[in-house]
Design a protein around this ligand. Structure first.
Ligand code: ADP
Ligand code: 5GP
Length: 203
């Protein structure tokens, strides 16, 4: 069975990065896709690990060459998912996690209808603000911009397949893991029951 394509979206500060990191640490079959962006690197961010940092011109060239599975303008920058590594990892049976915004997630679903869209929601707006402030990566103006943007993103939650509230972190990771397990049990992936037996590695 090819891997599962999982999109995780939600407002900035909801905990997408934290949940995805734990998911990948706990599942050797899950890989996090590395996006391209025109946003400048934050302190500690590494080229090729957190993002591929591009100029506007380089990003536009990737778009025109068709190298991005999806791309979107988020806040003041462009962000996009490089297509070849995603397709290659899925083919090799890895689950690929895309931590991308809602516009991007819906574009992915249109192209790859088997993609599973999970919306990660904060427990409250007050907690979202606390997390963004506590992360200490954005200026006060950028925090306000992200909180304004959050309202619009939260309103689009019903367009996603699943919603997971990230209140207690371990509980949120467990829910995302459970969704992935359930998706892999869908009969559409198996033409005969022996294939399902092989997938779970039964004795
Ligand atoms: P996002 O990737 O959605 O912008 P992050 O993963 O960077 O969010 O999380 C934002 C901040 O909130 C980080 O400082 C992180 O440590 C913290 N955080 C994430 N999940 C939780 C949680 N369940 N409870 C409390 N703090 C959390
Ligand atoms: P940040 O600047 O905090 O790293 O990310 C800002 C927003 O851009 C987040 O909502 C994140 O999910 C989104 N994002 C990151 N990579 C991509 C991508 O490849 N495509 C799209 N559409 N959004 C992305």
């Amino acid at each position: 069975m090819p891997g599962l394509l999982v999109v995780i979206s939600g407002p900035s500060g909801a905990g997408k990065g934290t949940v995805c990191r734990l998911l990948c640490e706990r599942s050797p079959r899950a890989l996090l896709s590395v996006s391209a962006t025109t946003r400048p690197p934050r302190a500690g961010e590494v080229e090729g690990k957190h993002y591929y940092f591009k100029s506007e011109t380089e990003f536009a060239a990737m778009v025109s060459r068709g190298e991005l599975l999806e791309w979107a303008r988020v806040y003041s920058y462009c962000y996009g998912t490089p297509r070849p590594p995603v397709e290659e990892s899925l083919r090799r049976g890895y689950d690929v996690i895309l931590e991308i915004d809602v516009q991007g997630g819906l574009k992915v679903k249109r192209q790859m209808p088997d993609a599973v869209l999970i919306f990660l929601a904060p427990p409250s707006m007050a907690e979202l603000r606390r997390r963004l402030v506590g992360r200490e990566t954005e200026t006060p103006e950028a925090i306000e911009e992200r909180l304004r943007w959050a309202e619009g993103e939260l309103a689009r939650m019903p367009e996603y397949d699943y919603v997971v509230v990230n209140d207690r972190l371990d509980e949120a990771v467990a829910r995302v893991t459970s969704i992935m397990i359930a998706e892999k049990c869908r009969t559409k992936y198996y033409s005969k029951w022996e294939d399902a037996v092989r997938e779970v590695g039964a004795r």
